[in-house]
Design a protein around this ligand. Sequence first.
Ligand code: S3P
Length: 174
Amino acid sequence: MRQENKMQIYLIGFMGTGKTSTGIELAKLMNRELLDSDDLIVKKEGKTIPDIFKEAGEEGFRKIETGIFRNLSQDDNNYIISCGGGAPLRSENVSFMKKNGVVVRLTATAETVFKRVKGDTKRPLLQSDDPMKRIIELMSQREDAYSDAADITVSTDGRTPYEVAVRVASALTK
Ligand code: S3P
């Protein structure tokens, strides 16, 4: 079976690897609807991501996130889903993704991520005096979870979201 025939397309990867911007282009190319797991969480809770982290901690956020992936695994629409960067850390989430979808990992170097997320205040895990150090630490802690989850991997360094989307679409038809 061609990968594109699997129902959902889950875009995973570290913060700032371009999951949302690639998702927008991919949705146009493939004529599919784009969802964003963070947006679904915000809608469900009626709170911002920083407020959820403040009130429930990262663990509380992760529980809500898993509920979102459980629901998506039961949805038979052909969505493209831009996933929060930490989603693959729970193997349960990855099982939900694999149940009805193909997992596409986007990568970027720590330098590229730093340039893209510099000055961002909406990502609680990067609010640090030394965000570059934090990016390097988190990336290395997460490397195995991302690579184990991925069916397809595409690098985004030096590429526009459209160029990345074209590569993803082409990999999905192989
Ligand atoms: C997180 C990434 C964020 C968001 C939350 C936690 C992470 O999503 O889910 O701040 O643990 O990497 P993006 O990857 O869309 O920034």
